[in-house]
Design a protein around this ligand. Structure first.
Ligand code: FES
Length: 154
């Protein structure tokens, strides 16, 4: 179930479009901020509010990798392992985070605090290696820097 606030925000956004479906992408952002991910149940609700078939919502949400279609932890850590980041230690960053957090890549830790994912280019190749935690980017990563970042989340 979407929160009352999320539903109000979606209704506010779709008023800006001549057709309700125009508000699909902003709606995904609202739902992800509200719930942390976009579930099958949320897809049904979005379809109802935007007055479009659920399959259309599902196709759109699965197209954009920035939207979570599975439940994630409080902190979703996405590490880029594309070319520039890999050359500068992106794979090592993933291994380090797996050990540091006690969670395998592609998984959520049991306490639901951290989800660790490997992703394609985050568009910040000049500051590789890079990771994203929820909405924030962290660049020029080293083990020390990661320790400070993870410590600040405690
Ligand atoms: S290759 Fe990692 S941000 Fe582009």
């Amino acid at each position: 179930m979407l929160s009352e606030d999320a539903i109000r925000a979606i209704e506010g956004v779709i008023k800006r479009y001549s057709e309700k479906r125009g508000g699909l992408l902003p709606t995904f952002h609202i739902v992800q901020k509200d719930r942390g991910w976009i579930s099958e149940e949320a897809i049904e609700e979005i379809a109802r509010i935007l007055d479009i078939p659920p399959i259309e919502v599902k196709e759109a949400v699965s197209f954009y990798t920035m939207f979570n279609t599975r439940e994630v932890g409080k902190y979703h850590i996405q590490v880029c392992t594309n070319l520039s980041c890999s050359l500068l230690g992106g794979r090592h960053i993933v291994d380090y985070l797996e050990r540091r957090l006690g969670v395998d890549v592609g998984k959520t830790r049991e306490d639901k605090r951290f989800t660790l994912s490997e992703v394609e280019c985050l568009g910040s190749c000049g500051t590789a290696p890079v990771m994203q935690i929820n909405e924030d980017y962290y660049e020029n990563l080293t083990e020390d820097k990661i320790d400070r970042i993870i410590g600040s989340l405690a």
